[in-house]
Design a protein around this ligand. Structure first.
Ligand SMILES: *Cc1c(COP(=O)(O)O)cnc(C)c1O
Length: 428
């Protein structure tokens, strides 16, 4: 692992600079594995922060980028358009919940969320409700690292308490507690808590933001579709827009194409990124209903939506997103995801030794996502190195040891990952 070069000037994310070791250098990959300089190959249990849903070097995605690169790599979307942007927008309208008919592109999940928040605030402004300029978020939420997003991340456990003085203040509702398969009655307490915050704050609230069904980076909290239905009703009652951040959950992660599909709910605004391009290029889409879009149709200069990232609608990104969607639909990804879910449930949920292990607080599975929640962050110290010795790339978040594999992960590889996750607690 020693490198002949001087230390790299690359500043790594979320890294403790004093204790970090040189990052392994990745030279390539294929399917669910990537390869390091020197030949070591690791099975990626995280599919690179959950975005490489088709795995590495997928021939169709690589070919789509190559082809598009020969035609048009980039052109501004200000006043111009191109075929991949138009076609992808149509496809996203087709696959997302009915009613999301308008697509605003940007270049990352965080910016996609910034767009959603600005859209919600300006929507109320244009309707003569400028007092509705705050956002309601949930505890345990994670919506990105830009300032607007940090302000709606969990204010206590989130990574961003350091910046509290710099950020706008928004109200928070408690994180939902009823699990995915809870009966409707069991969700009532969560919805009562949400109602209470809305009753107190609705006059100043533009939108309720949530990661539907899976609060991902905030601790893989898996919640009920009934909560989404109840939230939809409360938002209508209190004239608050509902924003689904499906940056992590979109494109199959929860077992359906979108988390919203489990509840048959259409949010007013929905944000997609991570899996959108199959992870091959950074891009995001913020979708809106006619109701939101049409509020921006008007005569005053204030009616323009004042946002426009340089790389929005980038042709390479749109083209590879189209190919990603085609692969998803043509190669039975729902079936692949259901297969991974079966392995995760059997290997992790049904393991009594794991469930009763003193260091384990909880084990949860939803779609192609599984987490072993440790009681204490110290219980996971060294797990990454240990897994690597067994050929698996695991990178826990805090006390959450999780997997969100590429959907092309074979059953034997999925078992390899669950064996290593379990082995950390049971077989050392
Ligand atoms: C990753 C993530 C984001 C931020 O996306 P970036 O592309 O990293 O800016 C926002 N919301 C959720 C739910 C995410 O998981």
């Amino acid at each position: 692992m020693s490198s002949p070069l001087p230390p790299s000037p690359v500043w790594h994310p979320y890294a403790h600079l004093k204790t970090q070791r040189p990052a392994p250098r990745v030279v390539g990959g294929e399917g669910p594995r990537f390869t390091l300089e020197g030949g070591e190959t690791l099975l990626d249990a995280t599919c690179s922060w959950w975005c490489m849903i088709h795995g590495y070097a997928h021939p169709r995605l690589v070919a789509a980028i190559r082809e598009q690169a020969g035609e048009l790599c980039h052109v501004m979307l200000g006043g111009l358009t191109h075929e991949p942007a138009d076609r992808l927008a149509r496809e996203l309208v087709r696959v997302t919940p009915a009613g999301l008919n308008h697509v605003f592109y940007s270049d990352s999940g965080s910016v996609g969320m910034e767009v959603a928040m600005k859209m919600a605030v300006q929507y109320h402004q244009l309707r003569g409700r400028p007092d509705k300029h705050r956002l309601l978020s949930l505890m345990k939420a994670y919506h990105g690292d830009t300032a607007g997003c940090m302000a709606v991340c969990d204010p206590e456990e989130g990574m961003h308490s350091l910046f509290a003085g710099y950020l706008p203040r928004h109200p928070f509702a408690p994180a939902p507690t009823a699990p995915f398969d809870a009966e409707p009655e069991a969700v009532a307490a969560d919805l009562d808590a949400l109602r209470e915050v809305l009753e107190r704050h609705h006059r100043e609230i533009a939108a309720l933001l949530m990661e539907p069904l899976l609060q991902a980076a905030g601790g893989l909290n898996m919640t009920s579709p009934h909560y989404l239905q109840g939230a939809r009703e409360l938002c209508d009652e209190f004239d608050v827009l509902l924003v689904f951040d499906e940056v992590a959950t979109g494109f199959g992660r929860t077992g359906r194409m979108f988390a919203a599909d489990h509840a048959d709910v259409t949010p007013d605004i929905m944000v997609l990124s991570k899996g959108l391009t199959g992870g091959y290029l950074g891009h995001a889409a913020t979708l809106a209903t006619d109701r939101v879009h049409d509020a921006f149709v008007g005569d005053s200069p204030e009616h323009a939506f004042m946002h426009g990232p340089t790389f929005m609608g980038n042709p390479l990104a749109c083209r590879v997103a189209l190919e990603s969607l085609a692969v998803f639909e043509e190669e039975d990804y729902p079936g692949k995801i259901a297969g991974l879910n079966r392995v995760l449930r059997e290997a992790l949920l049904e393991d009594q030794a794991l469930a009763t292990h003193p260091a384990v607080a909880d084990v949860r599975v939803l779609g192609a996502t599984a987490v072993i929640e440790a009681r204490d962050v110290a219980a996971l110290a060294g797990v990454g190195d240990w897994a690597r010795k067994q050929g698996v790339w695991l990178r826990p978040i805090g006390r959450w040891l999780y997997t969100m594999p590429a959907y092309v992960t074979a059953e034997t590889d999925m078992r390899r990952i669950t064996d290593v996750m379990k082995g950390w607690f049971l077989a050392r």
